[in-house]
Design a protein around this ligand. Structure first.
Ligand code: PFF
Ligand code: NA
Length: 459
């Protein structure tokens, strides 16, 4: 059997690439994480700083990764290896791609579990768990008993991973591209519906003020660093995602224009998510700074006080499942393409092998949450306590591998690749190219080194 290289695939249009990359970018980061970190860091001023980071650092690094993917036309490790060879530099630079693929895989191992929470909540909501008049303590118990129940976590994580394997295994056009073409518009529709409903039923004025009115007194230096870290996370940078999606970008597509659109779309969704959540939070007298439990513990309190709790909660968690699912697909794609290339397998085989590996690693997170003794490791890295396997994977991947990967991608395209190759890929005006160069050569590396040292507690 002859297998064509997976990277012969191409997005059907510029729009289809922007849609798929936006579906990859829009996920738990926008709907679960962004609202609560905004809530914890004082709202408007945080949003403003975040926007600056997105456009000065996130977008240039996004362009760098799409460029690497399109020019390398291979899974991340092989793509960077090819480009290092083309520019006649040390092939050790390929670590940029391998690290990204590994980070994406490790992030997916816990992302799939949290996506499983969303699915479990959707089922609970549909069954009427958040009925009118349920007490706050009972809602707290719903969350507590879910995360301590390993069987439940394994069940819902398995469903999410199986869905991912199914879509990716079906193929590029009829699986991945088709899935995002359906799911992304559905996600947007549900999100807008919820935001409109929230504006009607909740306190839109207070929420809008909270999100848009900058109050710098509430923004700490820690908050600024969180904004920078999140600008990487939310755009799926340094995780192999944008390199592999870049590998499918047609030659005529403008990387500069599509990257800007992807960032704008991701940002708009994050803001709409804020506009869907905070009017409810304020309208029902709840606190915006509740942390990671904001949508799993705080929001259900408001749902249970609404006229049709089951319906509203089901729609909300369905929306969250869709957002997480289209990101999960993107995170497994690099590994699947790599297995296809390396072992010349079919896409189905590659998807099933990746899924089985992923499922095995995800058990580390499941049993960290449920409290199994073997998952409690009590590591300490650079003074940071990592009590469980989950906290170790999250910290090492999100806070160490992502910044290093982003730094390497910026340095590789800014300093290492020959200028005429990057010019050829970006194919833009001299001014735009100059601005991009300043960002990837200086701004991004300096900013990343600062967050990195800070997160490690070294400054
Ligand atoms: N960007 C996605 C989100 O905001 O949820 C998910 C994600 C993918 C985060 C890849 C991090 C990552 F490395
Ligand atoms: Na995102």
């Amino acid at each position: 059997m002859t297998t064509k290289s997976p990277t012969h695939n191409r997005w059907s249009s510029n729009f289809s690439f922007v849609l798929a990359a936006t579906a990859a970018a829009v996920g738990l980061g926008n709907i679960w994480k962004f609202p609560y970190i905004m809530g914890e860091n004082g709202g408007g001023a945080f949003v403003l700083v975040y926007l600056i980071f997105i456009f000065l650092i996130g977008v240039p690094v996004l362009m760098a990764e799409v460029l690497i993917g399109r020019r390398g036309r291979a899974s991340p490790g092989y793509a960077v290896r090819k480009l290092a060879k083309e520019s006649k530099v040390n092939s050790a630079w390929q670590v940029t791609g391998w690290l990204g693929m590994f980070a994406g895989f490790m992030i997916l191992s816990f992302y799939a579990v949290i996506a499983g929470w969303a699915l479990s909540y959707m089922v609970k909501a549909a069954q009427g768990t958040f009925f009118t008049g349920i007490s706050e303590a009972e809602i707290g118990n719903v969350f507590g008993s879910m995360v301590s129940n390993a069987n439940e976590l394994v069940l819902f994580t398995t469903i999410m991973i199986a869905g991912t394997v199914f879509v990716v295994g079906k193929g590029f056009k009829s699986g991945l591209e088709r899935a995002v073409t359906f799911l992304m518009p559905m996600l947007l529709l549900l999100l807008i519906l919820i935001a409109v409903y929230a504006a009607k039923i909740g306190d839109f004025g207070t929420a809008a003020q909270f999100i848009f009115k900058p109050d710098f007194a509430n923004l700490s230096s820690q908050g600024i660093l969180i904004a920078l870290g999140h600008s990487f996370f939310t755009l799926s940078l340094a995780s192999g995602v944008m390199i592999i999606y870049g590998a499918y970008v047609p030659r005529e597509t403008s990387i500069v224009r599509t990257s800007i659109w992807i960032a704008i779309a991701d940002t708009i969704v994050a803001v709409i998510a804020g506009l869907a959540i905070f009017p409810i939070v304020f309208g029902f007298g709840l606190q915006p700074g509740e942390g990671p439990g904001l949508i799993f513990q705080t929001l259900p309190i408001a749902f249970s006080a609404m006229p049709a709790p089951s319906l509203v909660a089901t729609v909300f968690f369905l929306m969250l499942v869709l957002a997480a699912f289209t990101s999960a697909i993107s995170m497994i794609e690099a590994t699947v393409a790599f297995i296809e290339e390396k072992f010349k397998t079919s896409r189905w085989t590659a998807a099933i092998v990746s899924g089985a590996l992923l499922w095995t690693v995800s058990l580390g997170t499941v049993f960290s949450m449920s409290g199994a003794a073997w998952a409690q490791i009590d590591w300490v890295i650079f003074g940071k306590e990592l009590p469980t396997i989950f906290s170790a994977i999250d910290h090492i991947a999100s806070n160490i591998l992502l910044p290093i990967g982003g730094l390497l991608a910026a340095l590789f395209t800014g300093w290492i690749m020959k200028k005429h190759y990057t010019q050829d890929e970006l194919n833009t005006s001299p001014l735009a190219y100059f601005i991009w160069q300043v960002c990837v050569r200086y701004l991004a590396p300096v900013a990343i080194i600062i967050i990195f040292l800070q997160l490690l507690g070294l400054i």
